[in-house]
Design a protein around this ligand. Structure first.
Ligand code: AMP
Ligand code: MG
Length: 492
């Protein structure tokens, strides 16, 4: 008999102090909410088996599948700027790794699978709401083409969890190219465990950046890679209006994937100061602060890797500074290239940055919906008849008109046909994002009425964010005043 999940584990081969071996804790009455069939297929897992009784037993933690080596990973981190030498998977259990049909190695992890030695005072469980949110948003990010962890499945446990109220418990099966975080490096660095830092860096190079093994200075090259990947990632977030909400160093993956969809949110009206997370009292993780915070996090990574960068501390610092200096230019290049594409510009001209910033400023001053403004610009690019629908999104429609005049003058210098331009714009300006009020409605229906139809609908719409999907037009709309979500909660 071949194993149902083709595990090929490597993290479990690392030294013992990297993790704690711990099996999932069984639950009362597992019930499948959804299996991500395409992802199962990519991983080499039969989707029918996964959605059947044996698969659901695995997804709920009631059965440890053949080849799994369940463990909780150790990590540390800075939470809201405060150093925490020990965090670790407190409610997530890594079953193991599989190499997919695409040749990519990925972790399969159960989130909400019971206590681990890292649970501290937590119960190791997840409530239904955050599980649905993570499923919806992580899969939406994947469909938007943004590097992210994925959702393989969501199951109800049949047990209750105690939060502010009693809530249904659930488990999310998360898939990631790895769950190694900036905080994983910090875990060893904070203990002065240089061998640990080195073993981790070697593992990351082998896993994510095998080409660097032959580089003249592999650790420096690794740091530079992570800086570049993360700079590109945060640029992508800004370009779709995503606010992570809890960019602690333990939620910053060295793979460059978006991880941890706790209090995350998407902008409706454009506002660089937007904060949704109820625990982000001072707006540390506001939309517009994300690049600066990322630089701060990457500086923590460089610190943790310092002894690998040079034998003498001073020299290590010089290397780190050199590598980190590339962050700003990399982020800017990525962000402005993205903005140019959003505006339909295929060539680069002086003044493009000003043009983009002027639009964003006007949107901010006029509370224009971020997603719809860019989406409708595609029609405006085709013909000025499209202007009215964009202008209608601005408190003062004339403010858009003034900017559009500048934009048209710039478009005149573009070599591209307007129909091609519109098509290209629609491939980078989504019509559909996981709007906060839609997510709330999904969670409400599931908890209050055991109704998962809104969840399935939302997942379906968001699988094709760049298509118009007229049948789902309402999902493109911003919230009405009474639907607006002002606060999001991690719900841990
Ligand atoms: P997060 O805010 O999800 O990044 O989690 C921060 C830390 O708290 C991690 O070490 C988590 O594993 C841990 N944690 C969060 N929720 C729970 C829970 N319900 N039980 C145990 N540990 C938890
Ligand atoms: Mg986390």
């Amino acid at each position: 008999m071949t194993a149902a999940i083709p595990f090929a584990n490597t993290y479990a081969r690392l030294p013992e102090r990297f993790f704690a071996e711990v099996p999932p804790t069984p639950v009362a009455a597992p019930r499948l909410i959804r299996v991500n069939r395409d992802l199962a297929d990519l991983l080499g897992i039969d989707p029918d088996w996964l959605a059947g009784p044996e698969g659901v037993a695995v997804l709920s933690g009631n059965r440890v599948p053949e080849g799994a080596e369940p463990l909780a990973m150790a990590y540390a981190g800075h939470q809201f700027g405060n150093r925490v030498p020990q965090l670790g998977d407190g409610r997530a259990i890594l079953l193991g790794e599989v190499v997919g049909r695409d040749g990519v190695r990925r972790d399969i992890q159960l989130k909400g699978a019971g206590p681990t030695p890292f649970s501290r005072r937590g119960d190791g469980r997840a409530a239904l709401g955050p599980v649905l949110r993570e499923y919806v948003v992580s899969e939406a990010m994947a469909a938007l083409g943004i590097p992210t962890t994925r959702a393989l499945a969501a199951v109800l446990t049949g047990d209750s969890v105690m939060r502010e109220t009693v809530l249904p418990g659930a488990v999310l099966t998360r898939v990631a190219t790895s769950h190694i975080r900036v905080g994983t490096f910090q875990f060893f660095a904070m203990r002065g465990d240089l061998d640990g830092v080195r073993a981790l860096a070697d593992h990351v190079i082998g896993r994510h950046d095998p080409d660097l093994a032959e580089a003249p200075d592999p650790y420096r090259a690794l740091l530079a890679r992570v800086v570049a990947r993360q700079a590109d990632l945060v640029a992508r977030w800004l370009l779709v209006g995503f606010i992570h909400g809890v960019m602690n160093t333990d939620n910053c993956a060295v793979s460059g994937e978006t991880i941890d969809f706790g209090p995350c949110a998407f902008l409706d009206a454009y506002d660089p100061a937007a904060v949704f997370s109820a625990i982000d009292e001072y707006g540390r993780y506001a939309y517009g602060n994300q690049p600066g915070i990322l630089h701060w996090n990457l500086t923590r990574l460089a610190e943790a890797m310092l002894p690998l960068l040079a034998p003498e501390t001073e020299d290590g610092i010089a290397v780190a500074q050199d590598v980190l200096a590339a962050f700003g230019p990399r982020f800017e290049a990525s962000y402005y290239a993205g903005l140019r594409a959003k505006l339909g510009l295929t060539t680069v001209q002086d003044g493009d940055g000003d043009l983009a910033r002027a639009l964003l400023e006007t949107m901010g001053a006029n509370r224009a919906d971020f997603t719809l403004t860019f989406r409708r610009l595609g029609d405006a690019a085709l013909s000025a008849e499209g202007d009215a629908a964009v202008a209608a999104l601005f408190d003062d429609p004339a403010a858009y008109g003034a900017w559009a005049t500048r934009w048209r003058a710039r478009l005149a210098a573009e070599p591209v046909d307007s129909a091609i331009r519109r098509a290209a714009m629609n491939r980078v300006n989504p019509a559909f994002i996981p709007r906060n009020h839609r997510i709330e409605a999904v969670i409400e229906a599931a908890i209050a009425r055991d109704d998962f139809a809104p969840f399935h609908d939302l997942v379906t719409v968001l699988a094709n964010p760049y298509d118009d999907q007229p049948a789902f037009a309402a999902y493109a709309e911003p919230p009405q005043a009474h639907e607006r979500v002002l606060r999001t909660f991690c719900g841990t």
